[in-house]
Design a protein around this ligand. Structure first.
Ligand SMILES: [Zn+2]
Length: 107
């Protein structure tokens, strides 16, 4: 069976139709699946920085951040069967979360 390439409806990248879901490539599926968690991650991270500046206890926030990362990881694994690819996606999303944090902070 030959792969039919179709453009992803979000990013426009040409991808094999077998890898798409609702017309979206895997990158965009992952991005959408974790979007809310990424925002939550950025929010908690800013909170932790704020608390740290006030010398408050940040241990609990650290645990919350770890939990959000676990949930991101779970959602990615639901979409990405290959373990190594799933880890790469998670790393990418966490980097994006960090980038988002700095963007907001810099405003
Ligand atoms: Zn896409």
């Amino acid at each position: 069976m030959s792969a039919i390439l179709i453009p992803c409806r979000d990013c426009g990248k040409q991808v094999p139709s077998s890898q798409t879901r609702e017309g979206r490539c895997l990158d965009c599926q992952v991005r959408r699946a974790v979007a809310d968690l990424r925002d939550e991650h950025a929010r908690l991270w800013r909170k932790r920085e704020r608390y740290a500046r006030q010398n408050a206890n940040v241990e609990q926030i650290g645990r919350q951040i770890a939990r959000v990362e676990d949930r991101m990881s779970e959602r990615i694994k639901e979409l990405v069967a290959n373990d190594r690819e799933a880890v790469a996606y998670l790393r990418q999303e966490l980097e994006a979360a960090r980038g988002q944090r700095y963007t907001i902070k810099g405003v």
